[in-house]
Design a protein around this ligand. Structure first.
Ligand code: ATP
Ligand code: MG
Length: 500
């Protein structure tokens, strides 16, 4: 018996003004298949999948779903027809309950005679959460009380409400820690075994090799090729995405742990949320990795070091200047930059332009002798950054809402580069960034280090940690359980046992 196509797209086109996001896209997926969709930042992956999931309209082209013509009116309509999507960007509302988020757009179906029983809604939502293995999340809680990762899990639950036949996962795994990834991978397995289908978008090439049956490559809005079986290799994917061989190394290729003795940031006996009485020293010219499971306290630590959250005991200081980092204003003034894991809520202004976002922390640098900011220097600064990080955009005036996920991440990065930070605290720095630009960011970090700048990398990605750090602190339950120095012998296994 031949394989049955469950969903297909024929000649899909979509433009945003002069930007041609999708050009004549043909795509198909079989029942029982996990089909990867890959491409550089801005290649059209989210545009394609959000059209398929009813979140955007198309300019031309058609879809077929389970043998029938399919043209979704909106996301709920798409779900009712059998296509559900976990979107790339944060998609929950903080001010309502978890259950209300899970049943967004479906309140009417859940009410009787115009009355909605919150109790029943909570119970139903809790069952869905339990079913996907997230029973530890309480459906009646306010969504804003959940952390970044649990909110992403709520989005997974929301998609499961309509029991879709085709699940689209848009760059979700990088927002999830181990617990969430397990939930997602189990779900994908379940879809396969039930003869349903998954369209899986990711920049993690190993993950794609691990879970996909086929992988389709998009470049600049066009389908380039579809890989199958042994042809799904890192080299093939990279070459097809970028359109040329990528040369040079990926992580650092030295194994020297080197930095100055000078301490540029010091935490003494700090206490906040998950951690108590923690000590930490960052040296001039050091790349310091901090890793652990997502709940270990490392994300909160990043916030305290930048002054967003206040420590209950002890202090964070720049010893040479005798300055205490009590809030982000003091941090920025002293050339400390911070990139939050929760980018859209904490690191950027979505309704402002690339230029405005980049210059925000560098106002001082842009001021002329009379204290005015010249438009010329503003533009120049933004243009330089767009070039350095290959930000895909029309020009520096384009709004951040219009950029692809990875390109937004590049803007946050460049805003701290542009203002010449001495210390960068990067929480999940390369989230959603494609392989080519990731390599460019690693080179940039090496370059910053060689100029005597210091970097704190907070991440669960052990290859990145081992590949880039001079020194690594491992955290578990709010405590530093181990410290490793850069070395060619260091393996992931050595680290993992101090994490769990
Ligand atoms: N609302 C919009 N207005 C204008 N341009 C848009 C809009 N949405 C997307 N684009 C543009 O369409 C192109 C494709 O973007 P898309 O988000 O599909 O990329 P992507 O492949 O998902 O990238 P990433 O890996 O960074 O998530 C980009 O050039 C992007 O700037
Ligand atoms: Mg995208």
């Amino acid at each position: 018996m031949g394989k049955e196509i469950i969903f297909s797209a024929h000649g899909i086109c979509k433009a945003f003004g002069p930007t041609r996001a999708l050009i004549d896209v043909d795509f198909s997926i079989y029942r029982g298949e996990v089909h990867g969709l890959i491409g550089e930042n801005g290649s059209g992956k989210s545009t394609f999948s959000s059209i398929a999931a009813g979140a955007q309209s198309l300019d031309s082209g058609t879809f077929t779903l389970k043998g029938q013509p399919y043209s979704p009116k909106n996301m709920v309509d798409a779900q009712n027809h059998g296509i559900g999507m976990i979107v790339q960007e944060q998609g929950t509302i903080g001010s309502i309950s978890v259950a209300s988020n899970i049943f967004t757009g479906r309140m009417k179906e859940n009410s009787k005679f115009g009355f909605l029983s919150m109790k029943q809604l909570n119970e139903k939502a809790q069952i869905i959460l339990n079913n996907i293995g997230a029973g530890d999340i309480n459906a009646s809680l306010l969504t804003s009380s959940l952390n970044f990762e649990d909110r992403k899990i709520v989005e997974i639950a929301r998609v499961m409400v309509a029991d879709p036949d085709v699940l689209i996962v848009d760059e979700t795994t990088t927002a999830l820690a181990m617990k969430g990834r397990k939930i997602l991978y189990n779900l994908i397995e379940k879809f396969k075994s039930e003869n349903k289908a998954v369209i899986f978008i990711s920049h993690d090439l190993n993950e794609l090799i691990e879970i996909c049956d086929r992988v389709t490559v998009l470049r600049d809005g066009r389908i380039i090729d579809t890989l199958e079986g042994d042809n799904i290799s890192e080299d093939n994917m990279r070459r097809l995405m970028v359109g040329r061989e990528l040369d040079g190394h990926y992580f650092r290729n030295d194994y020297i742990c080197s930095y100055d003795d000078e301490i540029v940031l010091e935490a003494k006996q700090i206490t906040y949320g998950p951690f108590t009485n923690l000590d930490l020293q960052l040296h001039k010219g050091e790349i310091l990795g901090i890793t652990g499971l997502s709940e270990c306290g490392m994300h909160e630590l990043g916030k305290v070091l930048f002054g967003i959250e206040k420590t209950i005991t002890g202090s964070v200081t720049i010893p040479a200047k005798n300055v205490e980092i009590k809030n982000p204003t003091i941090a920025i003034k002293n050339r400390i930059g911070y990139l939050s894991k929760d980018r859209d809520r904490e690191s950027i202004i979505l309704n402002a332009s690339i230029k405005d976002n980049i210059e925000l922390p560098c106002m001082d640098k842009l001021k002329g002798p009379l204290g005015f900011i010249s438009t010329k220097s503003e533009r120049k600064l933004a243009r330089e950054q767009i070039e350095v990080l290959q930000i895909k955009c029309r020009n520096s005036e384009q709004l951040l809402t219009e950029l692809s996920g990875g390109n937004k991440q590049k803007v946050v990065f460049s805003k701290w580069l542009a203002c010449d930070s001495d210390v960068l605290i990067l929480d999940c720095a390369t989230r959603g960034i494609d392989v080519g630009v990731k390599a460019a960011i690693y080179r940039l970090l090496e370059d910053l280090k060689s100029k005597g700048k210091s970097v704190i990398l907070i991440s669960e990605e052990l290859p990145e940690m081992i590949g880039m750090s001079d020194r690594m602190l491992i955290m578990q339950n709010g405590k530093i359980t181990a410290e490793f120095k850069r070395s060619p012998e260091l393996k992931e296994e050595d680290i993992i046992k101090y994490m769990i």
